[in-house]
Design a protein around this ligand. Structure first.
Ligand code: SOE
Length: 391
């Protein structure tokens, strides 16, 4: 594996909307908080709309811009390609970047299909480049603390994980068919957009999923086309109606290789829940609960506590002793969503300096993709599906 032997990594980012903003902000601010061995340089961003990409470059402080991602990859002053495009472009760009010897950081879900994610993994491995996939919630301090508690045996052997990822932004049947709902662009709906995060957290915290039984559901089957997109949303066309071919919601039962048992629900129809990414894990000696809407808080329960004061307690994960506790602010001066990206970028920079592939990487993205495909297959066949059969 060949990392980087200079003190800076020059980034070329393809795409510049919501995730482009989150990644740009992390490149800007991670060096402020962390003592990074390699500094990310916002060298060039790329987008098809010249006016749009130019103004994004100016606003987010990128040194230059391109309108053709192939040109960006050809540039000798670019070391790493960051892919924040819609999902249907990930494979093509990542593979071309790896073949050109560029390191790759890609948005989730890694790909549209298992064939794509397999080719992406092969490309980064064959070309010895560093690679990461953006499962950013792993890097919330509370999630890192949960991981440490489980690894240290604080809750004993894990029996259950129950994970929910609840949003409500497409409940209106007149909400248009934006790219996150268009099958040829996104691959799947709540499954790849939301459940992908929960499944990754489950692997990170509990272990490998062995089998799944699942059902996908689409509540609104026709939607207006997009007349003009803006952010996650857009203006609906008054005349053009389209078929919705992706899921609005998904429910999964999962068994883990280590004997744990899990349930997952992801939906964009859970009224009142804007971005409620949550899980509860129950072990033989205790339980852990987290919800991204209270990002800094971890709820914990221990069976060994004195029975007279047993119950869940809330840890504010901002102390110096906590993961990233020394990086940010004093106790209870909370951090936010964007810091999960800072923390991931810090891992990426360390990986580049050490010539080691950090996690989550394309292998994690590929296993995640296999799980998404197994879930789809289970919903179609009404049968349990093994994850290994898809890897
Ligand atoms: C939209 O549903 C979205 O932005 C996802 O694409 C992200 O991955 C998730 O973190 C928040 O919601």
């Amino acid at each position: 594996m060949v990392g980087i032997n200079q003190k800076e990594v020059r980034i070329g980012m393809v795409g510049y909307k919501f995730m482009g903003k989150a990644h740009s902000n992390a490149y800007q601010n991670a060096p402020f908080f962390f003592d990074l061995p390699v500094k990310p340089i916002k060298q060039a961003i790329c987008g098809r709309n010249e006016e749009g990409v130019k103004s994004a470059a100016e606003k987010m402080g990128w040194n230059s811009w391109e309108t053709d991602w192939r040109k960006l990859i050809e540039r000798e002053d670019i070391d790493l390609i960051d892919i924040v495009t819609p999902n249907n472009r990930h494979a093509e760009i990542a593979i071309a970047a790896a073949e050109a010897g560029k390191h790759v950081y890609c948005e989730k879900p890694l790909a549209m299909t298992i064939e794509e994610s397999r080719r992406m993994l092969e490309a980064v491995e064959k070309n010895n480049v560093i690679h990461m996939v953006n499962f950013n919630y792993r890097f919330a301090p509370a999630v890192q603390l949960a991981k440490k508690m489980i690894t240290d045996g604080k809750i004993g052997k894990v029996n259950h994980i129950r994970a929910l990822y609840l949003q409500d932004w497409i409940m209106d049947p007149d909400f248009p068919l934006v790219w996150r709902l268009e099958k040829s662009v996104c691959g799947s709906g709540a499954l790849g957009d939301l459940a992908a995060h929960s499944l990754d957290l489950a692997r990170f915290l509990v272990g490998e999923i062995e089998e799944v039984s699942a059902r996908l559901k689409t509540f609104v089957t026709d939607r207006p086309a997009v007349a003009e997109s803006s952010g996650l949303s857009g203006k609906a066309s008054l005349t053009d109606k389209r078929k919705v071919e992706v899921d609005d919601a998904v429910v999964v039962i999962a068994s883990f290789e280590n004997g744990a048992f899990g349930t997952f629900e992801a939906t964009r129809f859970a009224g009142g829940n804007r971005n409620s990414n949550q899980f509860e894990i129950n072990g033989e000696k205790g339980s852990i609960k987290w919800n991204a809407e209270q990002l800094n808080e971890l709820q914990v329960y221990f069976t060994e506590d004195d029975p007279s004061f047993q119950g869940y307690k809330t840890i504010n994960v901002t102390e110096e002793v906590h993961p990233y506790g020394e990086v940010y602010w004093p106790s209870a001066h909370i951090i936010g969503y964007e810091h999960t990206f800072h923390n991931l970028v810090a891992e990426l920079m360390q990986g580049l300096a050490d010539s080691t592939v950090p996690s989550p990487n394309f292998k994690d993205g590929h296993i995640n993709q296999a799980t998404l495909n197994a879930i789809e297959a289970s919903s179609k066949t009404n049968q349990w599906q093994s994850i290994k059969a898809f890897i």
